[in-house]
Design a protein around this ligand. Structure first.
Ligand SMILES: Nc1ncnc2c1ncn2[C@@H]1O[C@H](COP(=O)(O)OP(=O)(O)O)[C@@H](O)[C@H]1O
Ligand SMILES: [Mg+2]
Length: 382
């Protein structure tokens, strides 16, 4: 990711952009929710000089800090968030996750690079357009809930609509609807202080949903919650996503949370991307030793699908046996093979792609399968 870029030096003043006008630019329906290119955020003295300087660019975060007094929180990052996906940004504390998500709506100004939302240049937006972006198109859920302590649950949920200038009756009606949606019915008149942590975060979630944003941004929203409550909230997010299909950017330092929620996961280390892929790709094909260490204890059968676990079918096997879809998880295939007492077929559009048997499935559990992309492709090509 950090090799051949020469564009880091361009400072985005918006001066040459054609989208800087007050009029919102029509969204490009084919564009990703976010397209981020060559993005840097450097904190510290004369931070602007860092991204364009080949000598500084290659220094580690620690070396850079020592030499220049600057911290590169986000380093030369490129990614797209597709519409409708749950895009997880994962990394240890200090890896740049919060900085990154805040640059998306310019709560933190990037040092260099480009960001487009629905094809529209975010760095070219003027104040009014940015306000619109932050109030209507996106909504954020924070770890510390960020609720107004003297307001009722209902008024907290209605807050974003109030800022938008929506009238009282309308915003309360909308808030009521969302309060019910997130399981807080009956608590409308309570203050945040009268709620448990999990309930408070439901209010935070409801407040974000109430403005009906295109994209929900979550910055470690459940990190402060007890494990069981946390699990409940993750289920809630999964349910909401299933029902609404809203684009979500979800930050976490917790691998199991990332695997549970993410359509794709972007793993960050020291401000840079280490790997970006589906949970299955990351667990099956870690990009380096760092990622391998990270995913070492993941129950592979719960993440890896039969598409990766299967072997080629011989002619006799192609027509009989229980059928499994290619995205069936190994854990479920084990049950199918155990129940039927024979190997199962992996079938897509009526075509047998391969076979999973005891041996192949156990190999995944034991972590001794090839499990590589090439293997999957070879089999799929048969
Ligand atoms: N305002 C700031 N000034 C200086 N350094 C900062 C600032 N905000 C964050 N950093 C540094 O940037 C790095 C990334 O921080 P952050 O984005 O908060 O990471 P994460 O959210 O992954 O824990 C850290 O080294 C942090 O100390
Ligand atoms: Mg953070």
């Amino acid at each position: 990711m950090t090799t051949t870029k020469n564009t880091g030096a361009t400072k985005n003043t918006g001066a040459t952009k054609n989208t800087g006008a007050t009029e919102p630019t029509a969204a490009d329906p084919a564009a990703p929710a976010f397209a981020v290119r060559d993005l840097w955020k450097v904190f510290g003295p004369k931070a602007d000089r860092i991204p364009g300087n080949p000598e500084y660019r290659i220094l580690s975060t620690a070396e850079l800090r020592e030499k220049t007094g600057c911290t590169a929180a986000v380093r030369d990052v490129d990614f797209d968030v597709q519409r409708g996906e749950v895009f997880v940004v994962m990394g240890l504390s200090g890896s740049g996750k919060s900085t990154l998500v805040r640059t998306l709506t310019r709560l933190i100004e990037p040092t260099s690079g480009s960001i487009a939302m629905d094809g529209e240049d975010v760095l070219g937006m003027d104040k009014n357009r940015l306000r619109e972006l932050r109030r209507r198109q996106t909504a954020m859920v924070f770890q510390n809930f960020g609720l107004l302590p003297h307001r009722s649950v209902l008024d907290n949920v209605a807050y974003g609509l109030e800022i938008q200038g929506v009238g009282k009756a309308e915003r309360r009606a909308k808030a009521q609807e969302i309060v019910e949606k997130v399981g807080l019915a009956g608590m409308e008149e309570r203050r945040p202080g009268q709620l448990s942590g999990g309930q408070q975060q439901r209010v935070g979630l409801a407040r974000a949903l109430a403005v009906d944003p295109e994209v929900l941004l979550f910055d470690e929203p459940f990190s402060a919650l007890d494990p069981l409550i946390r699990r409940d909230m993750q289920e809630e997010v999964i349910r909401l996503h299933r029902e609404e299909g809203r684009t979500m950017v979800f930050i976490t330092h917790d691998l199991s949370e990332a695997l549970r929620l993410g359509d794709r996961i972007m793993l960050m280390r020291d401000g840079a991307i280490v790997q970006l892929g589906t949970p299955e790709e990351i667990v099956a094909n870690p990009a380096d030793d760092y990622v391998r260490d990270f995913v070492r204890d993941v129950p592979r059968e719960q993440v890896i699908s039969v598409r990766r676990a299967m072997r080629p079918a011989d002619a006799a096997e192609s027509a009989t046996g229980t059928e499994l879809a290619p995205d069936t998880l190994v854990v479920d295939a084990i049950e199918a093979v155990a129940n039927s007492g024979e190997p199962c077929r992996v079938v897509e559009d009526g075509r047998t792609l391969g076979i999973v048997d005891h041996e192949r499935l156990l190999a995944v559990v034991a972590g001794i399968d090839g499990g590589s992309d090439t293997e999957g492709k070879e089999v799929a090509a048969i």
